[in-house]
Structures are given as structure tokens and as C-alpha cells.
Design a protein around this ligand. Structure first.
Ligand code: PXP
Length: 237
């Protein structure tokens, strides 16, 4: 059964809209755990648009499930991660002007930068996952640079309609087999919601799903703990 990592970035987005103290992502993380979250995920962006350094430090102390820090592959972010020591770091590409993480990391073109970051994190005991498009050459390079896991970018899948939906699911299934054959762990995320999560959760190799926006959106209507519990239900059904 795939585990659920709850991404709490957008709780911090609401707080930062007023630059106040509420809602605190630390509260949301506690409620997510009560709702059955297997992990808490946050993205410390270089522009600090939602999650702040203080959030990551506090969450490291308070979260009792897996703590997954999404981060850009820069020496400064690796230095920060080495102070915090999350259970897992997920390396993602980052552009300041983007609304959200728009594509996977290009490790084929940035091999040595990624390999250095992976090595520094792994030497400190942090598991490393790389956020990639379902592309065979990128996945092969993930193994090459020593990643423990690949998180497949499900953005395209989540936007696909009709026959495109079946094609993008088949692409994810194919990539999943390649990741298994290379003996890496399979994660997935981006754009997953209560309607589209099940086919991805059913991919046999799937170990972890990282889901944020749809859970935070539903939590405004039903509360955070219930929104997480509902998503766990979708994954388990
Ligand atoms: N996984 C990664 C690597 C991401 O960058 C994001 C978005 O921050 C997510 C998962 C969660 O995406 P969503 O908010 O669309 O569920």
C-alpha cells in the first residue's frame, strides 16, 4: 500500500498572505498525523514564499512520522538540510517565477551538481529522492548519481483527459517498472486529488504519494484531519 506524505506548503501560503502567525503549518502537521499521514512534506523555496526556515526547524522537532524536505539542488539548500537532517530530501527544480514545480529535475544536463548534492545528503544519513518526469534517460541517471528513490512528476497525468489519460498512466507504469528494475524506491506526486489518485496508488511498485494542494483545499471545507483521512481512504480503496 502506498504511503501518504501530506504537503503542508499551502497552509503556509495562507499565513504568508498576511505575514502573520496563522495558520501555522505546525498545527496542520499535527492534525495530518491524527488523520493518518505517513509523512509530512514541505518545500523550502529559495524565495521563501510559503514555508520559512523556522517552520522546518519546528517541524523537525514536532513531527513524529517521516519528514520529507523538498528543496532545490543548490549548495546553500544542502547546507541547510544538513543542519536540519530531515528523514528524506526530495530534490526539485526551482524557478522563481513559476506558480509551482513545473517539471522534473534535468539530471542528465546537471549530473555533477546533482551527484554532489546526493552524496553530501546521503553521507549525513538523509535519504534522497529525485523529482523526475517519467523519462527513461533521467531515471537511469538517477541510479547513476546514487539516488535512493525517484518521485515521478504526475503533473501531466493529472491534466490529461480521454485517451491522453490512459497514455500518461501507461507512461507512469512503464517508468515504475524501470525504477523497480534499477532497485530504487518509487514515489509520485503533483496534481493528485481525490478523483485521480487511485490509478496511481494502484501501481504495484508505488511506495509513497506526496499530495498537497487538493488536501489543503478540502481542509477549508471539512477540516485538516478529515481531509487527510479522506485521502488515505482513497489510496486504500
Ligand atoms: N511533489 C513535489 C516534488 C512537489 O514539488 C509538489 C508541489 O509542491 C508536490 C509533490 C505536491 O503537489 P500538489 O500540491 O499538486 O499536490
Amino acid at each position: 500500500m502506498a504511503k501518504l506524505g501530506v504537503n503542508i506548503d499551502h497552509v503556509a501560503t495562507v499565513r504568508q498572505a498576511r505575514k502573520t502567525y496563522e495558520p501555522d503549518p505546525v498545527w496542520a502537521a499535527s492534525l495530518a498525523e491524527m488523520g493518518g499521514a505517513d509523512g509530512i512534506t514541505m518545500h523550502l523555496r529559495e524565495d521563501r514564499r510559503h514555508i520559512q526556515d523556522r517552520d522546518v526547524r519546528l517541524l523537525r522537532e514536532t513531527v513524529t512520522v517521516k519528514l520529507n524536505l523538498e528543496m532545490a539542488c543548490t549548495p546553500e539548500m544542502v547546507d541547510f538540510a544538513l543542519q536540519i537532517k530531515p528523514d528524506q530530501a526530495t530534490l526539485v527544480p526551482e524557478k522563481r517565477e513559476e506558480v509551482t514545480t513545473e517539471g522534473g529535475l534535468d539530471i542528465v544536463s546537471n549530473r555533477s551538481t546533482v551527484a554532489t548534492a546526493v552524496r553530501r545528503l546521503k553521507d549525513a544519513g538523509v535519504e534522497v529522492s529525485l523529482f523526475l518526469d517519467p523519462d527513461a534517460s533521467q531515471i537511469e541517471m538517477a541510479k547513476n548519481v546514487g539516488a535512493d528513490a525517484v518521485e515521478l512528476h504526475t503533473g501531466q497525468y493529472s491534466l490529461a483527459l480521454g485517451t491522453q489519460f490512459d497514455e500518461s498512466l501507461a507512461t507512469l507504469q512503464q517508468a515504475a517498472k524501470q525504477i523497480r528494475d534499477l532497485e530504487m524506491t518509487l514515489h509520485a506526486g503533483h496534481g493528485l486529488n481525490y478523483q485521480n489518485v487511485q490509478p496511481v496508488a494502484r501501481i504495484p511498485e508505488m511506495s509513497e504519494l506526496n499530495i498537497g494542494h487538493s488536501i489543503v483545499a478540502r481542509s477549508l471545507m471539512v477540516g485538516f484531519e478529515r481531509a487527510v483521512r479522506d485521502m488515505k481512504g482513497c489510496i486504500e480503496r
